[in-house]
Design a protein around this ligand. Sequence first.
Ligand code: GUN
Ligand code: ZN
Length: 432
Amino acid sequence: MKSKILRGRLLTFASAPEGPEDTAAYTYEEDGALLVSQGRIIERGSFAEITAVAPEGIEVVDHRPHLLLPGFIDTHIHFPQAQVIASWADQLLDWLNDYTFPEEMKFADKDHGKRIAREFYDALLAHGTTTASAYCSSHPNSVDSYFEEAELRGMLMLGGKTMMDRNAPAGLCDTAQNSYDDSKALLEKWHGKGRAHYVVTPRFAITSTAAQLEAAGTLMKEHPDCHLQTHINENHNEIAFTRELFPEADDYLDVYETFGLLGHKTLLGHCLHMNERELGVMKETGSVAVFCPTSNLFLGSGLFDKARLEIAGVRTAIATDVGGGTNYSMLRTLDEGYKVLQMQRQRLHPLITFYWATLGNAKALSLSDRIGTLDVGTDADLVVLNSRATPTMALRMETATSLSEELFVLQTLGDDRAVVETYVAGKASKPT
Ligand code: GUN
Ligand code: ZN
């Protein structure tokens, strides 16, 4: 890739802002620039500083007056649910049985997976998301489609084969042994190939036998550098069924703990109905609670209690959970997350939400040395945002007087229309 300068209003975070006055937590450069080369950020500074050090005649892409941020990171999404999104269903278990499982069965066909992968990545990039952690279907084919398309686009993506050996249609069920064998083969094929990260992916306790969860634990022991993702405490009927299936467990989290599935690379979707013991174990093990607001509202699952989790010392992340979630946009996700927290008198400042969708999520994935900031040496995965993208936004922006206000307008009113460009390793990649 040719070197270039990207000029715009830069915003990047160094840590979680403690509040609106915590200016040490972020850097904002009104006329800023990045020198980008070989997929990386080589220099960052004011436009004047960067032009002084850049080679003569270098291409300059001027994104002013737009904001230039690290690309959004989605820490929980389902690739085979691109045609499940917006399905009129009852709560979680009915939604899975009536819509989700039938749709995921179609991924037995590699061509279907390939087509959906193209659409899926187009959707991510249209919405400014440059990295995501996805559940593929239980078919190994689907993992190949997923990572092949990521490789074509040069994206840093995480994902894995969904392991599920019971309580689902036969066409989706594997076995403990072949889910271990297939996951291991896929992991060996993809993990560390280019920018791919393999994630061991038992769907949740209801669809895995003890033998399969044990196999997932073995994979994690054998490959501690891989992530693990699953779901927990999303829905009351789900919890009751899990307790029936694992009567010897203290609680839901104990099921996963027993099989060695917890740790600082473990991503636990939802975490809505957690008891105190579970919070203590989450903290001790460094496991991450992933908030999926549009999904939690859509499926009527419950309200994520961010303050309670964080006071307990639990790491948190935020995600779309498409297709239980209803939008690929991290801006829409932040907006719905804000409202969920408003319901609990937890008002999130926009500096904190934008931190969350970038560096916060990068830290939750233990990948902040590569993505989530505009720091020199990291990968040039970026999003350019226009706070005046629609007439409603432009009118409101006439009265905005601060960066925080602008971010809040973007979060509350923005979606893919606000995404001017998405850069993947320095390459302009927003689908046209
Ligand atoms: N629990 C188990 N599978 C799923 C899924 O696909 N989506 C959601 N939201 N929860 C789940
Ligand atoms: Zn999910």
